[in-house]
Design a protein around this ligand. Sequence first.
Ligand code: THG
Length: 281
Amino acid sequence: MQTILKSKTVEVRIDTEGPVVMIGERINPTGHKKLAAALKEGNFGYVRELAARQVEAGAHVLDVNVGVPGMDEVSLLPELVKVVADHIDVPLCLDSNNPEALAAGLAVSPGKPLVNSVNGEEARLQSILPIVKDRGAAVIGLTMDDNGIPNDAETRLSIAGKILERAASIGIPQEDVVIDTLVLTVGADQNAALVTLKTIELVRRELGVNINLGASNVSFGLPDRHTINQAFLALSFGAGTSCVITDPVKLARTVLACDLLLGRDPYGKQYIEHTRKQQKA
Ligand code: THG
């Protein structure tokens, strides 16, 4: 199954059978003081730099999140979407909990963007899906609902099914819903990663849709997070993840190595080109 995203001129296909699509996570002020300060000051030069650096490192799509306490997302999200879209030509992933901010951001996004995100909560289904439908966008559906994040794969699968049904009922095609199986830290629960891996396999087998993961939560609170993130990414691709929200500067090489190992990079062309480009730079 293919989920097609577009910028002004570039088309990106998230494909259950294809190489992994990387969504760059760095334009997100959560835990990122320098970016939070830049957004407050209206210093968008730093945002342009983060955008260019991630695309240079191999990001296919850029996540744009402007959630800074005290800032008005409804005006800031569209402003930042314009800044990023004027500077780089890759599809955008608009990351907000605020439906009004998402609608305003979608209105100024070129091409076909991705909305991050809806989940199984009744209020979210009702507020987010119509906005996605109106704009002809794609959407990430998180496998959580009014009861939180379930700690078993079967319940996460049933939430994924519910999101797909509700999307279909208002005319959003199945291929435009990417399911995010969510992962919590193994620092707090030794089964956290295993539940996510089982959910990925189940959703892939039962629903056949594309699967996204924001993998770095898995290592929260543990030393040497990078090693755990790399190992978890590899396991998740083996299980069927086709799209990740991650830091491409740190993890693009891991992603490309996994594509090669899983037979999704004929002759190692992408891996070799990427390595050559980085050695030159
Ligand atoms: N699924 C979906 N969307 C998501 C997530 C997900 N969006 C948010 C998050 N999870 C993914 N994005 C980030 C962004 C930054 C970090 C982790 C995940 C991060 N930041 C560093 C920190 O907090 O320590 C700071 C980085 C810096 O200073 O540059 O780790 O799961 N759909």
